[in-house]
Write a protein that binds this ligand. Structure first.
Ligand code: MN
Length: 155
């Protein structure tokens, strides 16, 4: 199941985060969470299938330490983390001490996106957010198992 890892990491009695489930219907939204955990980072989430052709809609998620680039050609490290339920797209609040990811979560940006291309190693898309707009690509690297780069592309 797509959300097993997400559920394993959390105690739903003590975190306000949604339990959620994978959905069938896709709305092509994204969110960037500003997450003040032990280290401030940004969590970039794309509403899409957990795996290509799996039919399970989740939020594919990456922790981006320095947030997404805003200048064309700039690239930032993005570490893939566990799939999150679609309900998480509206989540913000405080994850209490003692819980996974404890700290404050705010919505930094959100909106819709157009998917240009998705393979196992590359996801190209156009963001239509309040702050971020334009084409981006996520490229899987060989640095480590979950590391990707996110690059802002030319219009
Ligand atoms: Mn996070």
């Amino acid at each position: 199941m797509a959300l097993e890892k997400y559920k394993q990491k959390r105690k739903f009695k003590s975190t306000p985060e949604p339990k959620g489930k994978a959905l069938k219907k896709l709305q092509q939204r994204f969110v960037i969470h500003e997450h003040h955990a032990s280290h401030l980072h940004y969590d970039f989430r794309l509403e899409m299938e957990s795996k290509i052709d799996s039919g399970e809609i989740v939020l594919k998620s990456w922790a981006v330490p320095k947030n997404l680039p805003e200048k064309v050609g700039e690239r930032r490290l993005a570490v893939e983390v566990e799939d999150h339920p679609v309900d998480y797209i509206n989540f913000y609040g405080v994850i209490p001490e003692g819980n996974y990811g404890a700290g404050t979560v705010k919505i930094w940006d959100n909106g819709k996106y157009d998917l240009i291309r998705r393979t196992e190693k590359e996801i190209e898309f156009i963001l239509h957010g309040k702050k971020l707009n334009g084409p981006y690509v996520l490229v899987k690297t060989h640095f480590s198992k979950n590391s990707w780069l996110i690059i802002k592309l030319k219009e």
